[in-house]
Ligand binder design. Structure first.
Ligand code: 9MR
Length: 378
């Protein structure tokens, strides 16, 4: 059991993430941030690492053998998430029988490249195996807890952030009436977070959803849930904003929305970014999202939902940063520029940041989570 306060838990996790950046991210990318100088990095991962962040992609293990796919992933990204391979139907196709083959392959790949790993997703109303859909009441609850425990403990120590619960709210802010909600009632979300915390105390535990790209009824409801969880010590560390967008997206309150969650004491992450469209309008939305994230110190990373348009879940909308031939699109340059711009602005903004004389000025996690010297770091 974990007896530390939520704030202590988050601090410990943020430090673990920072350590991963300094050893894997920065060393692997060869980026050296010198005080007062802005070095423009030429890959997404290296540019994000300059401000202590990750830039990731959703990946499918069966494409890793394609050279363009693997080389683009390895060159550009310093984080990955399984697009499908860690979901309930993939990891526990029969009750109590776990299959980690696809997820393990991705974790091995990430580790060989010095990448971080996001875990997606422990509990969701979709992509449940058939046996789960027939369960009722306490049987479903026990199955959920056992699933979380089995998967999160298998990957313990290897996942930086877990999407513990995915898409549990409706547009109007009410709870989605899934089998999870109907069979277990309101308490299932916090039960899921407690089970994930018990299985992997060091992972950053996220609630993840879509349609939360500004201040609206849905993000308000999630905000109230996070506020409630933090006040009662339910172990939530992070909120994921999927950000499946189109070129005409209205992002007028996007950054403000990220910031209000951050102000509750959780990290915020852009978890499934893609933007339907093309050319400058698509690039403009990508740029806006990136600038919003890097303007919020607790926005510690961005994941795009795929590498190439060719394999996107919405391929006909050409929503990703690389076309079907792995050529960089205009949106790629908008993202790279926005990430590189963050390098010059970090370290000067907040009063509690170290001065520009310290390399840590480029790694907000180092100072934003600084705890008392006596704090136990695990
Ligand atoms: O991209 C995923 C696609 O390959 C699957 O068929 C689909 C199944 O529902 O899930 C897609 O990923 C979803 C993610 O897990 C959760 N947020 C929405 C994503 C797009 O549907």
């Amino acid at each position: 059991m974990n007896s530390s306060s939520p704030a202590q838990r988050t601090r410990r996790r943020a430090r673990a993430v920072l350590a991963a950046f300094t050893t894997a991210g920065l060393a692997a990318t060869g980026v050296v941030a010198l005080a007062g100088t802005a070095q423009a990095a030429d890959t997404l991962g290296a540019a994000a690492a300059e401000s202590g962040r990750y830039y990731g992609a959703a990946v499918a293990p069966n494409f890793l053998g394609e050279s363009g796919y693997a080389s683009t992933l390895n060159r550009e990204f310093n984080s990955l998430v399984a697009e499908n391979a860690m979901k309930w139907d993939a990891t526990e196709p029969n009750q109590g029988q776990f299959n980690f083959s696809g997820g393990d392959q991705l974790v091995r790949h990430a580790q060989s490249q010095g990448m971080e790993v996001r875990g997606h997703t422990l509990v969701w109303h979709a992509q449940q195996p058939g046996w789960v859909q027939g369960l009722t009441g306490n049987n479903l609850r026990q199955a959920m807890l056992n699933h979380i425990s089995g998967v999160a403990s298998h990957y313990a120590g290897q996942i930086d952030s877990w999407d513990v619960v995915n898409e549990a709210f409706e547009w109007d802010g009410s709870r989605r009436q899934s089998n999870l909600q109907q069979q277990m009632g309101d308490g299932w979300i916090e039960d899921a977070f407690r089970a994930a915390d018990a299985a992997d105390p060091n992972a950053t535990l996220c609630y993840n959803d879509y349609g939360t790209d500004g201040i609206n009824a849905k993000s308000d409801a999630i905000y109230r849930m996070v506020q409630d969880f933090r006040s009662r010590g339910v172990p939530i560390d992070c909120v994921g904003f999927q950000s499946h967008l189109d070129s005409n997206a209205n992002l007028s309150s996007y950054q403000q929305n990220l910031q209000r969650f951050a102000d509750l004491g959780v990290d915020v992450q852009i978890t499934e970014l893609d933007v339907g469209g093309s050319g400058s309008s698509q690039a403009n939305v990508y740029g806006q999202v990136t600038r919003a994230c890097v303007a919020v110190s607790r926005c510690n990373g961005i994941t795009v939902w795929g590498i190439t348009d060719k394999y996107s879940w919405r391929a006909s909308s050409t929503p990703l940063l690389f076309d079907s031939n792995y050529n960089k699109k205009q949106a790629y340059q908008a993202v790279l520029d926005a990430l590189n711009a963050a390098t010059t602005t970090h370290g000067g903004g907040d009063g509690d940041a170290p001065g520009n004389g310290s390399a840590a000025a480029y790694h907000p996690a180092a100072w934003r989570e600084s705890g008392p010297a006596t704090e136990q770091i695990t």
